[in-house]
Design a protein around this ligand. Sequence first.
Ligand SMILES: [Zn+2]
Length: 123
Amino acid sequence: MSTNPRHPYREEYLKAAHRHTIYNRSEIEASSVCCCYYCGHQFHPRDPGIELFYTDVNNRKGLDETSLCPMCGIDSVLGDASGFPVAEAGFIQAMTTYWFDGFSRIDAEMPIEKVTWTRIEVE
Ligand SMILES: [Zn+2]
């Protein structure tokens, strides 16, 4: 067991939480609050008007789709149905520091804002 001095959560705990960010469609849909630990966006997946995005990672048949953040599009979304404290700012900070190593919108202190996607046509 190792503890990172930058945050109070054990590495194993943060790794376990990370496993809930893939193939997590049913978990996200069962959650009442979700948070993205890349940009810090928090949302309620069953709110009317919320648009959920998923990707079929590697097209693995029989596995759930993977949730993408409705704000920034990164696959770093955790729902409270995972059992992790997604509404705790300290936990989200620990996740972003551990997994993005200082290179996230949260660590860059960038505001939460909607990323617009541009379709690029390739011949
Ligand atoms: Zn995000």
